[in-house]
Design a protein around this ligand. Sequence first.
Ligand SMILES: C[S@@+](CC[C@H](N)C(=O)[O-])C[C@H]1O[C@@H](n2cnc3c(N)ncnc32)[C@H](O)[C@@H]1O
Length: 223
Amino acid sequence: MSQCHMLQYLARSTYPCWGHLAEAVRSAPERLQFTRGLQEVWSVHGRSVLTAFDLSPFPVVCDLGGSSGALAKECTALYPECTVTVFDIPEVVQMVKEHFSFPEEGRIHFHEGDFFKDRLPEANLFILARILHDWSDEKCSHLLQRVYHSCTPGGGILVVESLLDEDRRGPLTTLLYSLNMLVQTEGQERTASEYCSLISSAGFVDFQFKKTGHTYDAILARK
Ligand SMILES: C[S@@+](CC[C@H](N)C(=O)[O-])C[C@H]1O[C@@H](n2cnc3c(N)ncnc32)[C@H](O)[C@@H]1O
């Protein structure tokens, strides 16, 4: 049976509503709720993405777009030697300092900036969790090149995303996330090969990925 009417309804009613979500997220209460929502997942899935590879050779970590620092907290708990700089836009960093608590004080620092324009801190490991899926291939390449330049030789990049199967027919959850990205952002979910191509083009080598069996998967590459 034709799905024409539902598609028209989604296009004419639902889709325009979603088009205003970015404005909603820009309001302070919505931003706080979004950030609280983002952090919750790492109490469940943080360990699986941070132990997919041994990250102990990387004591100086920068979590780009690290939001509330939830993944940074998991990282400092799992790797006692590491310190993490959480890099995010000023509005998010200020809100996090006001509303979130940090018992690991001293090992987690916040840095305000725009990762497309401002100087990135030097680090042994850059974590990009749910960052690349927000952006077009062009913007991902630009960001990855900037990360490559700030990464110490022998350092690495850990990309945390939900990976699409190579035939792009699943997993279903990731396909739905990808549709969501199409509506809300300029990005999409990608396959491991697509990430490999983007990350390798920026200069990184030794691309490896691990499907964790949970919602988010892990990719590691080295400089
Ligand atoms: C989808 S959230 C992911 C947050 C976190 N990494 C996680 O997985 O929970 C994207 C994050 O990137 C940040 N961000 C977006 N554009 C940015 C930019 N130009 N510079 C720095 N941070 C940015 C947002 O403020 C937000 O915290």
